[in-house]
Each structure stands twice: as C-alpha cells, then as structure tokens.
Design a protein around this ligand. Structure first.
Ligand SMILES: *Cc1c(COP(=O)(O)O)cnc(C)c1O
Length: 389
C-alpha cells in the first residue's frame, strides 16, 4: 500500500508515549489558560513579557486594521510592503543597533531562507547540537556540508573549524542566543572570537533572548557585552517576548539587499499584514521602554529557582524565562504534566525528537504575568506529584 508509513509511524508514536495533538484554548493567552471551560495557571507560554493580550496592543491591532486593512495584498516586492513595514524596520534598526533588516512572516521561514541563500555545495555550516529544528532542517535541506558541535562547547567548535574549515569555502556558525528547550545562554563572545579567527560568519537566532535579555531588551549579544552589529546575522522573532508573531533577519546592508534579491522564501511569500507590523512596532516600543516587565520577570525567575531548590527540585542551569525540569523518561514526563493539569497547572512535557533521547522534560516558562504565589503553588504541586510518581 502507498504511504503505509503514515499509520505505522503514528502507532509507533502512540506506543512510545510521543504522540502529539493540538489543544484548543478559548480566550486569550495570559496568566490563566482556559481549556474546556476550566482555567489553568499558564506555565507554557513564550509570551515572556505578558504582551500577547495587552490592551494597548489589541488597540494597536484594531487601529492598524482601520488604517491599513487586514491583509498586505502581496509579497513585499510587489505591493505588500507598506509604510507600516518601513516604519517598523527603521524602528528595529535603531533599537537593535543593526545596519539593515528584512521582515518575515515566521522565524521558521527566516531560518530556511538564510541557510539556503548563503550556503552552497562546498560551503560549511556548523551548528550547536541543540539548535532549533528550523535551523537543523534547513541545514539538512541545503547542499552544504553540515557539522554540529557539542552544546555550548567552543573548543569542540574550534576542532571542527580546524579540521574542516581550512579551505576557501564560506563558513557559517549558528547558535541560538538562549536555547529554547534548556533556557541556557550561548557563549556568544567566544563564538564571535572563533568566527573571527577562522574567517567564518556567525549567526545568532535570538528567538528567546530578544526582549528578555539586554538592558533595553536588545537581546543576547548585547547582554554578552557585544553589539548586534558585531554579528554577521542577528535573527529574532516577534512571536515570543514581543507577543505578536513574525520575524526579522538583520545584518549588513549588502547582505539584506542580497536576501531581498535572491531569497525565494522572502520574494515569493505574502508580506505579513501591515496591521500586524503596526502592532509589532507598538510592542517593540513597550519592550524597549517598559523595564518593569523585564525586572519583574527576572525577579520571578530568581524566586522560582530559590523555592524549587528549597523543595529539592532540580532545575536545569538557566537564568532565563525557560526553566526546565529534566525528567528523562518520556512517559514519566507526560504523567507529571497530566497530573499537574489535574491540579490546575498547564505545563508542557517536551519529548524526543524535540530534545535528545532520555532527556524528556517539563518545560516551565515564566512570564511577567505570574505572581509569587503562583510559583509557590506550582512548586508545591510538582513536589507532591514527583513524590507520588
Ligand atoms: C520559535 C523559534 C523559531 C521559529 O519562529 P516562529 O516565528 O515561531 O516560526 C526559530 N528559532 C527558534 C530558536 C525558536 O524558538
């Protein structure tokens, strides 16, 4: 039978405790999630600064729709590029300190675009082993040679560069700024040093660092004492700390001009709705100026780690909004999440292939919406369920 693998692979997923499906939430993303008429404390959201349902942004979206309509009507190079996109681009350039920037509808497609655009047959792509699936898949689909270095291990990266990077090929090193499933930060300064030393480009995917790290939320590189313009490519998304959706790629004017002229995912895709760009502008202003959101988040992070430690719960080393409890066994991680759900907490069990085998985890994310008592209740519930399991 044709396509037999479909039912085969699905039943394997069920048997391995890895089957996935979507759950519809009602209402908006916030401190509470409403599912099937029940409220849960939300510890699964990437809406780190609590902006996804902010009244000012809801207003901005409504006003944007009135000004520009609901759709962009075309790709950016045809009629889809609006003054709202141009304004957003200029604003981001000045906030983030980058020379040029291109907007995308999603981070996934931005990552596909960059790798395919830059790396040909004889070129070398070196990625951190724990990089996001969008980067890994793009590397697999491109014609280049792809190597992976051990997570955050700069000397392993250097060995690869010495061994495979000595010819004249173009080289691109990619790391996340904050790792999406672990919450730890990349050693960006050392990565930049290696890149310089071996004549490679460095790209940081800062989906989880933008808005959360850096004095004005400018992200991981600034947090590490660099400028975003020290990186050849700085990529970020608007769907996490900025609370909206979409993404950008930043770099030199020549690189962005090249992307605009040659990248198929850029050229042949409908531009993100201008009302959305307008909303993202407002979100970026709030991220830049409303320091209390970052301050509150970081204070919650410290509190959570302290009270979890007091209860003997081991949290992975992370100073960001992503606070994973490594469980190991996938089924156990799923049971933990299910039990927490019964107790009124929405957390997510993250399993292979999203994370390495035997490293299933409870991925807890904190947001500026949380209260200290929410954290206390969560930690008590985790302690109780872990004791029972
Ligand atoms: C979420 C994410 C992406 C994808 O961005 P979307 O805008 O959600 O498509 C890319 N890279 C990393 C590290 C991410 O966490």
């Amino acid at each position: 039978m044709a396509f037999d693998f479909i039912s085969e692979q699905l039943s394997n997923r069920v048997n391995d405790g890895l089957y996935r499906h979507c759950t519809a939430i009602t209402g908006s993303q916030g401190r509470l999630l409403n599912v099937d008429n029940k409220n849960y404390l939300n510890f699964s959201s990437n809406d780190y600064l609590g902006l996804a349902s902010d009244p000012a942004l809801i207003n901005a979206w409504q006003k944007g729709a009135q000004l520009f309509g609901v759709g962009s009507g075309g790709s950016f190079l045809v009629t889809g590029y609006n003054k709202a996109h141009e304004d957003l681009t200029e604003q981001l350039k000045s906030w983030l300190g980058v020379e040029a920037l291109a907007l995308f509808s999603s981070g996934y497609s931005a990552n596909q675009a960059i790798i395919k655009l830059l790396l040909g047959k004889n070129d070398l792509l070196i990625q951190d082993k724990l990089n996001h699936a969008s980067l890994m898949e793009a590397g697999t689909l491109a014609d280049c040679k792809m190597l992976r270095f051990k997570h955050n291990d700069v000397s392993h990266l250097e060995q690869s560069l010495i061994k495979h990077g000595s010819n004249n090929a173009n080289k691109l090193i990619i790391s996340e700024g904050v790792f999406s499933m672990d919450g730890d930060c990349a050693p960006i300064r050392s990565l930049a040093d290696q890149a310089n030393l071996y004549d490679s480009w460095l790209m940081i995917d800062d989906a989880h660092g933008l808005g959360v790290l850096g004095k004005n939320g400018q992200g991981s590189a600034v947090h590490a004492g660099l400028k975003n313009s020290d990186l050849q490519i700085y990529m970020g998304t608007f769907g996490k700390a900025l609370g909206v959706g979409g993404a950008f790629v930043a770099g030199s004017q020549a690189f962005i001009d090249y992307l605009t002229n040659f990248s198929k995912p850029y050229i042949y895709s409908t531009g993100l709705p201008p009302a959305m760009a307008y909303t993202i502008s407002q979100a970026a202003k709030m991220v830049e100026n409303e320091h209390w959101r970052r301050d509150k988040l970081h204070s919650l992070i410290n509190t959570f780690r302290r009270i979890a430690a007091e209860q003997g719960i081991q949290i992975a080393h992370s100073s960001t909004a992503i606070q994973p409890i490594i469980i190991g066994d996938s089924k156990k991680a799923v049971r933990l999440a299910e039990q927490l759900k019964i107790l009124g907490f929405w957390t997510t069990a993250i399993r292979p292939p999203t994370v390495p085998v035997n490293s299933a985890r409870l991925r807890i994310t904190l947001t500026a919406h949380h209260k200290i008592e929410d954290l206390q209740r969560l930690v008590a519930a985790i302690r109780r369920v872990l004791n029972e399991l």
